[in-house]
Design a protein around this ligand. Structure first.
Ligand SMILES: NC(=O)c1ccc[n+]([C@@H]2O[C@H](COP(=O)([O-])OP(=O)(O)OC[C@H]3O[C@@H](n4cnc5c(N)ncnc54)[C@H](OP(=O)(O)O)[C@@H]3O)[C@@H](O)[C@H]2O)c1
Length: 287
């Protein structure tokens, strides 16, 4: 079954987001290009890149060479640092659009990215506002279809009301897996209609020896740890972004449809939550 057979609506947008994404963090040059092409072949239609990953151009090249229409693919990128001022920050955003956006209809239309995120809130209030205003402008001009944030907790999302009318953000991309469920942030986002993307859905393999995970895998013959973790995220209503540059794993991680994790086993996964202690990258601010 195609990996993109499910999608979610985005706030105030005619566009939907394919629920299974493909992460490309740490995949450089041809590794990224080839991984994206293999992902498209395996059925993924959603790639998650960032300025910080230094691979936006390879993503754009794979989009152009995929043989798919630009409109069939959903491309996300992110800005982590503003420029010196509003103008240079906007220019940084537009550079990403040109690199990652693909050529849109054989080059006849202007390039665009489907989702542009502010990568994290760490630069302070001024940086947050400047980056948001830059992606907001690119959205108004039709170079970006949806805008959102990443690693934002409720306080940072509420703060946005002070500097934008385009509220709430369409998406919040945060670390999520059974050991780090960020429940307060997830509940808050869901209450505001913000789609939740789950990064590190495989915990970067660091829980491969977990006895509960291994006991659960045994209950689903033919399924792997990675497939169970991705399926858990899908059944929670999140948008998981598993990353792999290994061809066999690209297919394995997309083979997550046509079966379900039982309600009882979802509860067993839920009970693994370790809160802040279970986080390997960023636990969002809660108050
Ligand atoms: N917004 C943010 O701040 C943020 C932060 C982190 C990540 N992200 C996004 O989320 C994506 C995913 O996160 P992540 O890359 O940090 O971690 P992840 O997807 O949880 O784990 C990736 C690791 O798992 C391995 N792997 C993948 N599939 C596997 C399988 N079927 N069996 C065994 N091992 C497997 C990969 O190895 P190989 O590649 O060697 O196969 C890689 O080392 C990133 O690529 C990025 O797009 C966003």
């Amino acid at each position: 079954m195609a990996a993109d057979d499910k999608s979610l609506p985005l706030r105030d947008s005619p566009y939907r987001i394919p629920q299974l994404g493909f992460g490309v963090y740490k995949a450089l040059d041809d590794v990224c290009y080839n991984a994206c092409l293999a992902a498209f072949k395996a059925g993924y239609r959603h790639i998650d890149s960032a300025q910080m990953y230094a691979n936006e151009a390879e993503v754009g090249r794979a989009v152009n060479d995929s043989g798919l229409k630009r409109s069939e693919i959903f491309v996300t990128t992110k800005i982590m640092f503003p420029g010196q001022d509003e103008k240079s920050t906007y220019e940084k955003v537009m550079e990403s659009v040109k690199k990652a956006g693909g050529e849109g209809n054989g080059g006849h239309e202007k390039p665009y990215v489907d989702l542009f995120l502010v990568h994290n809130p760490n630069g302070g209030r001024g940086a947050r506002e400047m980056m948001w205003k830059a992606i907001e402008r690119a959205k108004k001009e039709g170079y970006v279809r949806n805008i959102g944030v990443s690693n934002y907790g409720k306080p940072h999302i509420e703060e946005m009301k002070e500097y934008t009318q385009d509220w709430p953000p369409a998406v919040n991309q945060i670390e999520l897996h059974p050991w780090c469920q960020q429940r307060k942030t997830v509940e808050y986002c869901h209450s505001q209609g913000i789609v939740i993307q789950a990064y590190c859905p495989l915990v970067r393999n660091r829980r491969a020896d977990d006895p509960t995970l291994n006991a659960l895998v045994k209950k689903y013959p033919g399924k792997t740890q990675a497939q169970l973790l991705i399926k858990y995220a899908l059944q929670k209503g999140w948008v998981p972004l598993p990353k792999t540059a290994t061809p066999s794993r690209i297919e394995e991680n997309a083979d997550v449809y046509g079966w379900e994790i039982s309600e009882e086993d979802m509860h067993t996964f839920d009970a693994l939550d370790e809160g802040r202690r279970g986080s390997i990258v960023t636990f969002c601010a809660e108050d």
